[in-house]
Every structure is written in C-alpha cells, then in structure tokens.
Write a protein that binds this ligand. Structure first.
Ligand code: ARG
Length: 460
C-alpha cells in the first residue's frame, strides 16, 4: 500500500504501479537521496523540528542505509514507486517514529528536482575534466603536425593548402566551446529547489540558506512554483551534450571518409576496426560510425525533453519523471564517446605524401595567384578573371606547375603570372596566411600557445 493510501479506498492496480513507477531508473540517485535527507534532517534539527537526539539518530540511520546502498544490500521495491519513497521506507523500517517525520516541510516535487540538479552538476564536473583532457590531446596532436600539409575543403572540394595543425586547432575550438557551454549549463543547474515544497513553499520555518550550503548549491530558487517546475537546466544540459556529440560526430564523419580508400588520407589503428563476415578484405571504421550514431541518440534526448516540456502547465507534472532517464542516457553516451574518442584519435596515422599531393591538386594555388596579381596592382575581380581563364584552359593539368610556358603565353602575357608560377611552393603559400586565425606556421604556433593558456585558465 502506498503512503497516501488513506485518501483511497481501493488498492492500486498492478499495471498502474508498473507503468508509473520510476525506481528502476531513479535508483541511480540513491546516494544523492541520502545526502539530501541528511542535509534536510540536519536542517530540521537546526530549526527545532527534530530534537538533538532525534537528529543524531535519524542521521545515523541514513548513514547506515548509505553503506547498505553502496554494498548493494537493498532491494528496491516497485510498489514504492521511486527512490524517495523507497528510502523513506528504509528509515521507517529502522525507526518508525522518526521515519514518519522525514517528509516534514518538503515534497518529492522539490526533492526529486534537487537531486537531479546535484546529479547533473556532478556529471558536468566529470564531463568538464574529460573534455579538457580531450582538448589537451588535440593541442598535442596539433603541435606534432606542423610539418604535414593537407588540402582544406569547401563544398567537399579541394580549396587551399593548410597545415594539419590548423585542422586540429579547428576541432580544438569546437571542443573548447563545448567546455564553456557545460560551464554555463552548470550555472543553470546550480539553484537549489529544496524548500519549495509541493508548489507554494512551506509554513515551517525552514532554513534554505543552511540547506543550500550543506548541499553545495551556489544559489537558491527564488520562486517556489519555478522551483518545482523548472527543467531548463535539464534541457540546457542535454543541449550542451548534443552540441558536443554533434562536434564528435563531424570529426567521426571526416575520419570515416578520410580513411576510405576513395580518399585514403589516413589509416585507423586496427584495434579499433572490424572486418566483414563475408568480404575478407574489409577493414571498417566501426568505432567512428557508432560514435556518429550516438550523436543521433543524444540529440533525440534533447528533442524528447523539449517536446515533453513544451505543453505542460505549471507546476509539477508527473511527465517530468522522464527527465532522469533522458539525462542518464544522454550523459552516459557522451562520457563514453569522449573517452573513446580521446583514445582513438591519438592512434590515427596521417598519410603525409598523399595529403601533400592532394593539397596541390585542383589548382589549389589559384587564389594565391589571384592575390599575388592584386598585390601587383590588378583589381581582385580582374585577377580572379585572369586566373580562372588559365584554370579553365588547362583544367586537365590540375596544377600551374604542369603548364608549359609556351602554352601559357597563348593565354596570358602577364609577367606576374609567369613569375608566380615559377616561384611558388606550397609552404610559401601556407606561410603567407598570416592574418589572425590563418594557417601560417607563425599563427599556428601562436595559437597553440594561446590555447594552452586559455585551457589552463578554464575552471568550473
Ligand atoms: N518520481 C517522481 C519524479 O521523478 C517524484 C515526484 C513525484 N511527485 C508526485 N507528486 N507524484 O518526478
């Protein structure tokens, strides 16, 4: 029978219990539930609702239950619906008189969201550390890749030569932004809802400031309705996870493509590839494909929680209960993906010669030739036209160096064109990109240095 069964004459239907219970999911909050209970009892002691002896006794009971949970000695009961009622029952089992006082001045509405906030905050701290480690690895990869030239792509067509370090620094930026985003998500979760009661607060003279200090919240929710209604922090957390997974997925997509023999820029460590049960020759980049699909699952969690919330009236609605499953799944997928990505990217081998060759294909120096002409006094639109005419005429050659001088003269008599073609090399082209954020080696060195400092400074 349920604790509020005085209100009901009939016994709850088994299918109702099975369908609406959440213990199978929220048992993950068990230890946090104990921590909240201890803080609550200490607070009840402070304001005189529990006398000193009672407070010590109940805190002692809670601590023993904490140990039992850690040792997996407790069997959770579905008919008790959720983790809060299960733990309350455990206390009552040990001391009925005290156990019946546990829910004084609070509701599961303010309790469940407070616990989820604590869980999200803890998870963000962990993600924060993992992402910082990932960014460190990427910076290291960038440092090691200063001599590798590769093509940059736009529209997935060869665009301009760059240094591999520059490519890594792009992903560094993306994951750095993710860390900042998680830092902000943390702030949104860092409001304590406990003390909001069911919806309107409580007539007991509770000390929320004391509670928030005990539970390590920086802020306290300032409106009891909002306290039990607000799930913005869940949505925001899921959004941060989704953005991060989106970045991971884009990197995975590139790794899959670059490792295909169609392109063949990289090779992936065999330990992270699979074969085919039918095609004996196959080496498949499974791990990156799985990660790519996990991004879809994480994003679907974000969509789910947004859709769940969008039509709900204030304040607490049982629909919220699903927030936990979504948060847990989302975080698990993200953490695992970040961990595995950190391991595998270090093992990727870049095929230097192939990358260099590709970076010189498709007239990738065309923009540099046009810019060179403009520096010699020709307006850029005109330079663009001159170069595009040469490209069009010799499209099959793929590279200015392959054009013989006599043929070139038939298309243009511009001496600067000839000068450029005679003198350019890919390193020079790259090292001319000296504007802030450009791919020149000087800029890259600066950016690596700046990134290391910036990362060190970033704390939660
Ligand atoms: N298990 C519920 C949840 O996670 C706890 C709150 C239930 N409150 C209630 N009034 N039924 O949302």
């Amino acid at each position: 029978m349920k604790k509020w069964s005085g209100r009901f004459k009939k016994k709850l239907s088994k299918s109702f219990i099975k369908y609406t219970m959440s213990i199978t999911v929220d048992k993950r909050l068990a230890l946090i539930d104990i921590i909240c209970n201890i803080a609550h009892c200490n607070m009840l002691g402070k304001i005189g609702i529990l006398n000193k002896k009672e407070k010590h006794k109940i805190v002692g009971i809670l601590k023993r239950i904490f140990k039992k949970i850690k040792n997996k000695e407790i069997k959770w009961r579905k008919e008790l619906e959720d983790i809060h009622l299960n733990i309350e029952k455990q206390v009552i089992k040990k001391n009925k008189k005290l156990g019946l006082k546990l829910r004084t001045a609070r509701s599961r509405n303010d309790l469940s969201t407070t616990e989820l906030r604590i869980w999200v905050k803890n998870k963000i701290r962990k993600i924060f550390r993992k992402l910082k480690a990932l960014v460190e690895i990427i910076i290291k990869l960038s440092s090691k890749s200063k001599k590798i030239i590769m093509p940059s792509l736009t529209h997935f067509q060869i665009a301009q030569p760059i240094i591999l370090s520059h490519y890594w620094l792009c992903y560094k930026n993306m994951f750095y932004r993710d860390i900042v985003r998680f830092k902000n998500s943390y702030k949104l979760a860092d409001y304590m809802s406990l003390g909001s009661g069911a919806v309107s607060g409580t007539s007991f003279k509770i000390d929320r400031i004391y509670l928030s200090k005990k539970l390590r919240f920086r802020k306290i929710s300032s409106n009891s309705i909002d306290g039990v209604s607000d799930r913005d922090y869940v949505i925001d957390f899921c959004f941060s996870c989704s953005m991060c997974m989106l970045h991971i997925s884009r990197l995975c997509e590139e790794i899959v493509i670059f490792s295909s023999k169609l392109i063949d820029f990289i090779s992936i460590d065999e330990r992270y590839c699979s074969g085919s049960s039918m095609m004996p020759q196959k080496k498949n980049p499974d791990i990156f494909e799985v990660m790519r699909s996990k991004a879809g699952i994480v994003i679907s969690g974000l969509i789910s929680i947004i859709v769940i919330m969008k039509g709900l009236p204030l304040s607490y609605n049982k629909d919220y209960q699903e927030d936990k499953q979504i948060c847990f799944n989302t975080a698990d997928n993200l953490v695992k993906s970040v961990e595995i990505l950190s391991k595998v990217i270090e093992k990727i081998k870049f095929k230097k010669n192939k990358l260099k060759r590709a970076s010189e294909k498709d007239f990738s120096a065309a923009t540099d030739l046009a810019e060179y002409l403009t520096k010699k006094g020709i307006p850029y639109m005109k330079s663009h036209k001159i170069v595009s005419r040469i490209v069009s005429k010799f499209i099959k050659k793929g590279n200015f160096r392959e054009i013989n001088k006599r043929d070139l003269k038939k298309v243009t008599s511009n001496k600067y064109v000839i000068q450029f073609i005679r003198n350019y090399n890919t390193y020079n082209i790259i090292n001319k990109k000296t504007s802030i954020g450009g791919t020149s080696i000087r800029q890259i060195k600066k950016e690596i240095k700046r990134s290391k400092k910036e990362l060190k400074k970033l704390t939660i």
